[in-house]
Every structure is written in structure tokens, then in C-alpha cells.
Design a protein around this ligand. Structure first.
Ligand SMILES: [Zn+2]
Ligand SMILES: [Zn+2]
Ligand SMILES: [Zn+2]
Length: 156
């Protein structure tokens, strides 16, 4: 996904992707869910990208490996499932999706490089204090999103 000419850390290895896929499958089965081919394939494409991908780009990449072409609802259902299980994050300001391999708590807090498009996940837990402040005002917080745009260290 990198479009700039700055030097970045290498993209995820095939081994890292295979590991992430088996971890996701085990997590899914442990929760009594089915790890279907569309769920697996969608997650795999996002892992390979290593950066946020828009749903329509997933659609065109999905069919690239001799698989039957995906229909949009297939991709959207797979994304909904992956989002619900903390395997994928939605980057609101880019309208794109990012694979997540982090364990434990997930926060929608990201550093987004406007040069290379790279995204780093933060784990500040800012949603906690935000929800507390909201609750003081009688406001029920459902979701907090922090997306910091700028230039990453490799692009600076
Ligand atoms: Zn995450
Ligand atoms: Zn960058
Ligand atoms: Zn750059």
C-alpha cells in the first residue's frame, strides 16, 4: 500500500501472516464461531496489506488468487464479523479497514501517516476517561475514536 518513496520497515512476512491466521482461527473457534473462507480470506488480505484498505479494494483483490469473485455482501459480512471480534479496525477518517493482531484490549486510537498511509495502533485507553467525563454529563458513551494524522518517523 506504500505509495511514497521513503524507506519503511518491511511488510509482514508470510510466516507472520500464517501465524496471525491460525491465532485468529483458534480465537474464533474458542468463541464458538465459524472461521469461514470469506472471513479467512478477508483477514488475510488485510494482513498482507499491513495498512488500511478500503472495502472496494478488498473486493478486487479477493478474486486475484483464482478464487470465485466475491460479492460485496460477502466482504461486508466478513468485515462485520472481523470488526466484532477485534480482528479488524475501521479507520473512520479513511473509510478503510486495518487488520489487528494485538492481544487484549483494543482501542480505536491510531497514528495515521498522511505520506505513506501507514497506521500505528496506540493503546492509550483514552476512551476510558472520555466515557467517564461523558457519564458525568449524563451522556452514555458508546464508542470513542482517536485518529491522529501526521507524518511518521520513516517519512519525516
Ligand atoms: Zn487492535
Ligand atoms: Zn509514513
Ligand atoms: Zn513517506
Amino acid at each position: 500500500m506504500t505509495t511514497c518513496s521513503h524507506v519503511h520497515a518491511s511488510s509482514p512476512t508470510a510466516q507472520a501472516i500464517a501465524t496471525a491466521l491460525s491465532v485468529a482461527e483458534a480465537k474464533c473457534i474458542a468463541q464458538g464461531e465459524r472461521w469461514t473462507p470469506p472471513r479467512r480470506r478477508t483477514y488475510e488480505l488485510l494482513l498482507q496489506a499491513g495498512a488500511p484498505v478500503k472495502a472496494y479494494d478488498l473486493l478486487s483483490d479477493y478474486a486475484a488468487e483464482g478464487e470465485p469473485p466475491a460479492k460485496p455482501p460477502t466482504i461486508y459480512r466478513a468485515l462485520d464479523f472481523l470488526l466484532a471480534h477485534d480482528l479488524v479496525h475501521r479507520i473512520e477518517s479513511l473509510n478503510a479497514f486495518l487488520a489487528c493482531t494485538a492481544d487484549g484490549a483494543h482501542f480505536a486510537e491510531f497514528l495515521i501517516c498522511d505520506c505513506c498511509g501507514g497506521v500505528e495502533e496506540l493503546a492509550l485507553g483514552i476512551g476510558g476517561p472520555a466515557a467517564a467525563a461523558a457519564s458525568h454529563r449524563g451522556f452514555t458513551a458508546v464508542r470513542t475514536v482517536l485518529e491522529v494524522h501526521g507524518i511518521c518517523a520513516a517519512c519525516a
